[in-house]
Design a protein around this ligand. Structure first.
Ligand code: COA
Length: 451
């Protein structure tokens, strides 16, 4: 048995080998999911630089950035210059022994490498060739695309923000990581279909499409608009509705009115807020909590329809109550009364949240060069395939291992490819962590090295 496979025995994607030809965020987010589920993910990188994010937004000189380390857990790295003829031959040999190729280059890049769909099929008819592009076929199909472009082109920006302000992009990376998630699902579906057809297939995801899919409720509202104003939007009843879905501020999109309300210390703490949902089934409890029992039966407040035109003043009144407590005290009361709501949590609070550490959604990972760092672990929990998060690979860390154990090259063949210049310089492991992070929270990391 290949020793590299031993540590994924029993995991959901055990035995699946992925040629990871991805970079930046969207593609790496996809292959990280596959690796978390136990696939053997081989990241092919350009010698010298590797994935461009290794050097972007560095917090420690000469150490792989957090951008890279947090998106490339549980993978192996091989450096290969695919524009070098010997490197291209190695790439094609890897295609022949992988189940899935994942890439997110600009349109046309893979074809310029000679890896057309026809060529890939000739090399390996069982190969699933998965790609992320910015746009599908249409006016922008040749465009290079980054996160915020996708958010703007997919309907998110036009529907995010306040009515009197410009379009706003969100902090959640719905274009990049959202597309990666969509692609991962497509790959798993194609792997399943292959068990009966024996054939691979193309899996393509456009970032615009992924964002639009996540904005599905806004396309719903676009159609509702033809039949009258959107009554749960803050523009109702006094504002003006145009011909397209307006920005709804922080109003709840689910038909249950909601708002972000200030809590105690909001003047100094930028996150002293709570999201409060005035859910109809618990209206009487909300009235009791805020000391407005007279609203329970009052005709202006008793029904959701009666409340709609008064939501602004209703939330103002509720806010008078939330401002007397911290957001966590507000939550204690809401939970006790089964009233839906949530605290506005800062990244600082999330990083320290014990329950997220306990479930492995926030993990501490040991990296040979940077030491211990925080990362988001696998948010998808499989009871039979638990995820152990392992540090991202150093550039080219597994080059020789992959040539030897995956492609079965002997010493002479490895020396031959190396002397061609296709592999770049041999990777050197750093002497040890340059900066060890300290934490009082229990560590949930794994020892160096994947598989
Ligand atoms: C993200 C993006 C804008 C980056 O653009 P970019 O930095 O200019 O990179 P490209 O994808 O255009 O191309 C990379 C080049 O590196 C080359 N390259 C990549 N890996 C290589 C390797 N191992 N060896 C040699 N060359 C390599 C490619 O062949 C290509 O060269 P070419 O243009 O001469 O054919 C672009 O890749 C893109 O639009 N991707 C699709 C959408 C996407 O995923 N965007 C989100 C990213 S988070």
């Amino acid at each position: 048995m290949n020793p590299d496979r031993e540590k994924t025995v029993g995991m959901a994607l055990e035995g699946v080998r992925v040629l990871d030809f991805t970079h930046v965020q969207s593609g790496p987010a996809c292959t990280q999911f596959l690796a978390w589920f136990g696939a053997d993910v081989i990241k092919v990188e350009r010698p010298g630089t590797g994935d461009i994010t290794r050097g972007q937004l560095r917090d420690i000189a000469d150490v792989d950035s957090l951008y890279f380390t947090m998106l490339n857990h549980n993978k192996r790295s091989i450096t290969l210059d695919t524009k070098n003829p010997a490197g291209k031959t190695v790439l094609e040999e890897l295609v022949q022994c992988c189940d899935v190729l994942v890439e997110n280059f600009a349109p046309g890049v893979l074809e310029r490498m000679g890896l057309t769909w026809e060529r890939l099929q000739a090399l390996n008819p069982r190969l699933i060739a998965a790609s992320i592009k910015g746009f599908g076929p249409g006016p922008y199909e040749h465009a290079k695309v980054y996160e915020n472009v996708a958010q703007c082109a997919g309907g998110s920006a036009s529907t995010t923000g306040f009515d009197d302000g410009p379009p706003v992009v969100t902090g959640a990376q719905i274009g990049d990581s959202g597309s990666g998630l969509h692609l991962a699902l497509g790959i798993v579906a194609a792997l399943h279909q292959r068990t009966s057809t024996g054939r691979g297939q193309k899996v393509t995801v456009a970032m615009q499409d992924s964002v639009l899919n996540l904005c599905r409720v806004k396309l719903r509202d676009q159609q509702r608009l033809a039949h009258g104003p959107l009554e749960e939007y803050p523009q109702y009843p006094n504002g003006v509705f145009g011909s397209s879905v307006p920005r709804a501020g922080n109003a709840s999109g689910g038909g249950q009115p909601g708002a972000i309300l200030r809590c105690e210390n909001w003047e100094t703490d930028p996150n002293a807020y709570v999201y409060f949902i005035a859910q109809a089934p618990v209206w009487d409890r909300i009235c009791a909590v805020i000391n407005r029992e007279e609203w329970i039966a009052h005709p202006d407040y008793a029904t959701p329809e009666a409340r709609l035109p008064r939501l602004g003043s209703i939330f103002d009144t509720i806010e008078q109550w939330t401002m007397t407590r911290s957001k966590f005290e507000v939550m204690d009361v809401l939970n006790a009364y089964d009233i839906p709501g949530g605290p506005i949590l800062s990244m600082e609070e999330l990083a320290a949240e014990p329950s997220l550490r306990a479930t492995g959604t926030i993990v501490e990972v040991e990296h040979p060069a940077r030491g211990r760092h925080l990362s988001v672990g696998n948010p998808i929990k499989l009871s039979d395939s638990p995820t152990v998060v392992v540090a991202s690979p150093l550039l080219g860390e597994h080059t020789e291992q992959i040539l030897r154990d995956v492609l079965h090259f002997d010493r002479d063949r490895i020396a031959e490819v190396r002397s061609s210049g296709a592999l770049g310089r041999a990777a050197e492991l750093p002497p040890g962590p340059l900066h060890a992070a300290s934490s009082s929270v229990e560590t949930r990391s794994s020892s160096r090295r994947v598989r």
